[in-house]
Design a protein around this ligand. Structure first.
Ligand SMILES: Nc1nc2c(ncn2[C@@H]2O[C@H](COP(=O)(O)OP(=O)(O)OP(=O)(O)O)[C@@H](O)[C@H]2O)c(=O)[nH]1
Length: 508
């Protein structure tokens, strides 16, 4: 019972320890993943922001060169008006080997003065960005779109789009990349990352990294790089992390989630500057970091129940192994107990519960060998119930058994601490005494004999007696020889009239 309780205790303790270990480990692994995700975002944003700044600077210097007459592009001579769309555009050339080939599409609002030198300079500058903008939307696929939108009502966008699918429209000026960047909203002319919005060219949700282009204090337009939600989502899903990572903006709007995105959705997760280590809230753990100060934040929320379930799942193996260990130990222990019991049964007399002859021999052999080697006294008392056959014949076998049992009890009670008692066979008993002198052995024998003589089996008012043969040695004979001597002494006791103890001497 206590063993079972201890085993249950061990399983519970080890299981709980493993559960807590797993919980901490999950948080640790998750944090490592989050740092990797954050690092990926930062590197990507850093690259795209730097590229966008480079595009803005290139636009400005190309514009200056165009104004100075140092940059021209004769492709602009082929600008044509497309009646059905009410825009100017260039002929669509899809062969990169053609000198007129551009990776993007240029469209200009139909109502502008196409011959205005100022417009011509800006158009020249914009299309001269062709190669630079193409890098991001080409093989590298770092962005969905790159484009320049001018205040003078034109757009140059990459990659190339057929004119029937996409034309300049003033609705572009209502988009976040314009609204958030034009001088009224952005007087410092900062680069910005927009909120999440739906792409007008049908590429789904995206954010735009955009910079305003100024020339000598005049706002010309914005140069933009569009990042698709797919890319952001793929970063939010990198590695193994329990819980959910999201990107939110400074107003708490969701920029990207690992799950289904939705435009303008307010996040129930807020950015907490203190959560740059795991921060414990009521029902969750939160980890957060600023990706772009004042604009973009990474927040990971790990629900406590989710962490608990994950830790249970991970520690389940340990629980099962412990349980298995306990069951196996229990089975092994039961088996051991059963074998001990079986062994005992083989060595113990079932009627009197004393050792049987085999049991006594197994126990006595090493003790006897030691006493013989060290020449110490060893004695045996061979005890036989007198006229036991008569008892059986008169009172029956059952009463005979009771006599055997009560004699065994007396033996157990009266013998010395180091004595070993056994039922030697039938109605014969043996007591082995260590370090007993002939006198000492005689005293023990007599004490037993008197006890038996004075004992009355109450129901039958039956008194029985015993005869005892005593043999003592100091290491000069084998155990078998000693038994033979005790047997001779017992025979003598019977011959002398029974109910007495006789010590073996050479005269017998
Ligand atoms: N009830 C009972 N009797 C047993 C058992 N084992 C042996 N006996 C009986 O013990 C008796 C032994 O009798 P004997 O050896 O003739 O000797 P005795 O009658 O004791 O006479 P003495 O030894 O000469 O005094 C036999 O009748 C056996 O059947 C037992 O386990 N139970």
């Amino acid at each position: 019972m206590i063993g079972t309780l201890i085993a249950i205790g061990i399983v519970l303790f080890a299981g709980a320890a493993s559960y807590h270990y797993e919980k901490e480990r999950i948080k640790q692994i998750t944090k490592e993943t989050l740092l990797f995700r954050i690092d990926s975002f930062e590197q990507y944003l850093h690259l795209m922001s730097a590229s966008n700044i480079a595009m803005r600077n290139a636009m400005r210097s190309h514009y200056q060169l165009a104004r100075q007459g140092d940059l021209t592009n004769h492709i602009l001579d082929s600008l044509a008006f497309f009646e059905q769309y009410q825009v100017y555009s260039l002929p669509e050339v899809y062969n990169p080997a053609d000198p007129n080939y551009l990776n993007g599409t240029l469209t200009i609002a139909g109502e502008v003065d196409i011959n205005s030198p100022n417009l011509r300079h800006e158009l020249t500058a914009a299309i001269s960005l062709n190669e630079q903008l193409a890098v991001y939307v080409g093989e590298a696929k770092l962005a969905l779109w790159t484009y320049y939108i001018s205040k003078q009502k034109f757009v140059y966008i990459l990659p190339k789009l057929p004119l029937n699918q996409y034309q300049f429209s003033e609705s572009l000026y209502l988009k976040p990349f314009w609204q958030q960047l034009e001088p009224q909203s952005n007087p410092e002319g900062r680069q910005m990352i927009t909120d999440l919005y739906e792409d007008s060219a049908g590429q789904g949700l995206m954010v735009t990294i955009a910079s305003p282009v100024y020339y000598r204090g005049d706002f010309l337009g914005v140069i933009c790089v569009d990042v698709g939600i797919d890319y952001l989502q793929s970063v939010l899903r990198i590695g193994e992390a329990v819980g959910e990572s999201v990107l939110i903006d400074e107003n708490g709007l969701l920029v990207a989630t690992a799950g289904e995105p939705s435009e303008g959705k307010k996040s129930n997760i807020v950015y907490l500057p203190t959560a740059q280590q795991w921060l414990e809230l009521d029902s969750s753990w939160v980890y957060a970091e600023e990706i772009k100060p004042g604009e973009l934040y990474f927040v990971h929320s790990l629900a406590k129940t989710e962490l608990m379930l994950a830790a249970i799942r991970k520690s389940l193996t340990v629980w099962l192994l412990l349980l298995l260990g306990c069951v196996l130990s229990y089975l092994a222990y039961s088996q051991y107990c059963a074998s001990v019991k079986h062994r005992q049964l083989m060595l113990i007399d079932p009627l009197t519960k004393l050792y049987n002859r085999r049991g006594l021999e197994i126990l006595v052999t090493p003790i006897y060998a030691h006493l013989a080697r060290t020449q110490q006294y060893a004695a045996i008392l061979l005890i036989d119930i007198d006229k036991f056959k008569q008892v059986n014949d008169t009172y029956g076998h059952g009463i005979g058994d009771e006599v055997l049992k009560s004699t065994a009890k007396i033996l157990n009670r009266t013998n010395r601490k180091s004595a070993i008692c056994a039922r030697w066979g039938g109605e014969e008993f043996m007591v082995f005494l260590q370090a007993a002198t002939p006198n000492g052995a005689m005293l023990v024998a007599e004490r037993i004999r008197q006890q038996v003589e004075n004992n009355t089996l109450s129901a039958q008012n039956l008194n029985i007696t015993i005869s005892v043969g005593i043999a003592v040695t100091q290491g000069e004979m084998t155990f078998e020889m000693l038994v033979e001597q005790a047997d001779s002494a017992l025979y003598q006791a019977k011959q002398n009239g029974r109910n007495q103890s006789v010590l073996f001497t050479q005269h017998i």
